[in-house]
Design a protein around this ligand. Structure first.
Ligand SMILES: C[S@@+](CC[C@H](N)C(=O)[O-])C[C@H]1O[C@@H](n2cnc3c(N)ncnc32)[C@H](O)[C@@H]1O
Length: 209
């Protein structure tokens, strides 16, 4: 079965969790990854703090990897460097992803357990978190706080959100929680080519309790 059909089938089973019937567009994937430095630039170029993970081998985490459009792009950019962990709660989507990407650590788990997932894989700090999680995940767990807690000081968190719905309570709560967990939160480009049109939120300078 192709990705589109599987996504549609899983959407029918859990609509608020899967939250889409279309796979991410190339434009969305590019916008989500643009704020991250996954190209192996040395620490000094990024102004990384002493003790930060070496960025030549970044540790990248995806949350809500779905059909794997972002997984494909991250794997391509890393080109075998660093470490790539994809967390996906849906067991059908996670199993397909694992089959397609034997070099990626695909974990069929709830993003709410991120610190535990990372600890189980021997990872303490990560350089990049790319999130496609829907609002329902933010309602169920403090996603920004969890992300900030595992991100290196020089790391970046990106989250896709829907364009034009920023006044809705879940969108306002998402932004508020991001601002509480990160020192810097900005809105990136709107991706009109995506269906539905999307916007990227970029969070940096994680605050740690
Ligand atoms: C908007 S879709 C992302 C789809 C992806 N962009 C694609 O191209 O296939 C959101 C994904 O997040 C997953 N998800 C939802 N809640 C989650 C959670 N709490 N933990 C991990 N993954 C979750 C869903 O199963 C779904 O695959």
């Amino acid at each position: 079965m192709n990705d589109g059909r599987v996504l549609f089938q899983e959407f029918l089973r859990a609509p608020t969790r899967v939250a889409t019937v279309t796979a991410s567009s190339d434009a969305l994937v590019a916008a989500l990854l643009a704020p991250h430095r996954l190209d192996g630039a040395p620490d000094a170029e990024r102004g990384a703090e002493p003790g930060a993970q070496p960025t030549a081998d970044p540790i990248v985490v995806e949350l809500g990897a779905g059909t794997g459009r972002v997984t494909d792009a991250v794997a391509h950019r890393l080109g075998g460097r660093g470490r790539h962990i994809a967390v996906e709660i849906n067991p059908v989507l996670a199993a397909r992803l694992a089959g397609r990407h034997p070099d990626v650590t695909v974990v069929a788990a709830d993003a709410a357990g991120l610190p535990t997932v990372l600890a189980e894989h021997g990872v303490e700090r990560v350089d990049a978190i790319v999130s496609l999680l829907p609002w329902s995940a933010y309602a169920a767990a403090p996603v920004p706080e969890l992300a900030a807690g595992v991100l290196a000081p020089s790391g970046t968190f990106t989250q896709v959100t829907l364009r034009g719905l920023h006044l809705l309570p879940p969108a306002r709560r998402q932004l508020r929680d991001l601002r509480e967990a990160f020192g810097e939160v900005t809105g990136g480009a709107t991706v009109w080519q995506n269906l539905p049109p999307a916007r990227i939120l970029i969070a940096r300078s994680p605050k740690r309790a």
